[in-house]
Design a protein around this ligand. Structure first.
Ligand code: PAF
Length: 281
């Protein structure tokens, strides 16, 4: 497994692979790999000849009140997991390598970025779209794999790829969960034992929405009220949003008629967690 730190070396390595007619899958991550990431790697490995993992804690997607420096890191552990997952190359650039002095270009996927997490994390998706576009330009993968837990991120990336005519297939992978339903996330490590128990409220609230919709409830307000009550009945929780929206535009719906995205963001202690379900009446 190659460990590559510079843009030039990464380009050269990928060009070498393409010259041999190999297809390249890219799994972009911020490291601190968990089972969710391993599933992305498994899918990437299955779908392509060579597998590239990027590990880069991207400062431009963190807001001023979010501590990018405190984001969990474990390069040694990540490299060992990557080796086991059959990764061929790992790209670990520095911040200076990705954003050299004078850097000033950003990508704004305007409308999709304005909903859900975009409301409470202004600039977040601009940071994500920009770094993903840069990684795509450096690696020039045939396909890139993202988790569906970050539904909005996946939508933003797909939109960007379509709008900017990038010739890359975007693959979405279902959320991997702990046995009690908690979605795998690097941020789960911030949870103390009691907070960890409360964190199950995200999935429980989605299951409640599923149950209400299955029973024929079409009023999103009623469902959101019930979900919020359930979440707030758990300790240490602070709701960022509970949304029932159109899965294509992410705009809130007034009546549930077809498929909807039910999405939640909840702070449990200091961990801001997200989860979602695509539900149909
Ligand atoms: O989902 C993530 O880990 C990040 O947002 C990504 C896609 C690697 C961009 O920094």
């Amino acid at each position: 497994m190659e460990l590559i730190e510079t843009v030039d070396d990464m380009r050269r390595w990928c060009e070498g692979q393409r010259a041999f007619g190999k297809t390249i899958a890219l799994v972009p991550t911020m490291g601190f790999l968990h089972k969710g990431h391993l599933e992305l790697l498994r899918v990437g490995r299955y779908l392509s000849d060579v597998l590239t993992l990027s590990i880069f804690v991207n400062p431009t997607q963190f807001g001023p009140s979010e501590d990018c420096e405190a984001y969990p890191r474990d390069l040694e552990g990540d490299l060992s997991k990557a080796r086991h997952a059959g990764v061929d190359s790992v790209f670990v650039p520095t911040v200076k390598e990705m954003y050299p002095s004078g850097y000033q270009t950003t990508i704004n996927v305007e409308k999709l970025a304005g909903h859900l997490c975009g409301t409470s994390r202004p600039g977040h998706f601009e940071g994500v779209a920009t770094v993903v576009a840069k990684l795509f330009n450096i690696v020039r993968p045939h396909l890139a794999v993202f988790g569906k837990k970050d539904y909005q991120q996946l939508k933003v990336v797909r939109r960007m790829v379509e709008d900017l005519n990038m010739d890359i297939q975007i693959v979405g992978v279902p959320t991997v969960r702990e046995p009690d339903g908690l979605a795998m996330s690097s941020r789960n490590r911030y949870l103390g034992p009691e907070e960890r128990k409360s964190a199950t409220c995200l999935k429980k609230s989605l299951d409640l929405a599923d149950e209400m919709i299955s029973r024929g409830e079409t009023d999103p307000q009623k469902i959101k009220r019930a979900m919020k009550e359930l979440i707030l009945a758990h300790s240490f929780t602070q709701i960022d949003y509970v949304s029932i929206c159109d899965p294509a535009t992410l705009e809130d719906v007034d009546v549930i008629q077809g498929k909807v995205l039910v999405a939640v963001a909840v702070k449990v202690g200091r961990a801001r967690l997200i989860d979602n379900s695509l539900l149909e009446p």
